[in-house]
Design a binder for this molecule. Sequence first.
Ligand SMILES: [Zn+2]
Length: 212
Amino acid sequence: MKAEYHVQLCAQALDGFFSPAALAAIQAANTGQDAIFSGFFGHPEFHFDESKFARGWAYVAEQRARVRHTLQNGAPVEEAWAAFGRLLHAVQDFYAHSNYTKLWAEHYGEGDLPPAEQFDGLNEHLLNHPDLRSGHVYYPLEILTFFERTRDWATARLPLDSHAQMNLDYPERGPLFEYAMVGAAQRSAQELELALEGLDEAARQKFSGKTA
Ligand SMILES: [Zn+2]
């Protein structure tokens, strides 16, 4: 997803749990995952690319464990915010880079889609669907799709299973973008619950960045 949508999803889905400073740190770590040289190349698990779903979910679990460990062990809370931002980037990209929304939409006729608010981004059947796929990043052509001037030219030359052809990274990618945003928000909210599960009040408060 484009950075502005990651930023928007964090603000919307985390619903006031975090202080403005904590939220800003989470958003910065989230969008930092798309930095071309440190995050993009060679890290399909950061963005749920290449149909490497097991690797993606393992990465999410690892970052979640890091959040919890940091909160329970007196480590600087900034580490927990950074890990949580990285985790949110991955789960938000899941809906933009996989065909999850398409598999969901296939249950309905063309033009018969329920409104996006009714989208179910947490459907276990679809999360484990045998036809679940995400885009393959075809280098070097795919790089040209990152730039406005060459995007359309390069996209037209890439196969249907490419990241360029499959992504729902911004609204112009089509009507399913809105559904990807709803799914990403649902999963982000769920991730906050999972990160906090069983933590005591002090750890929760530390994570929120809000003082008593
Ligand atoms: Zn990404």
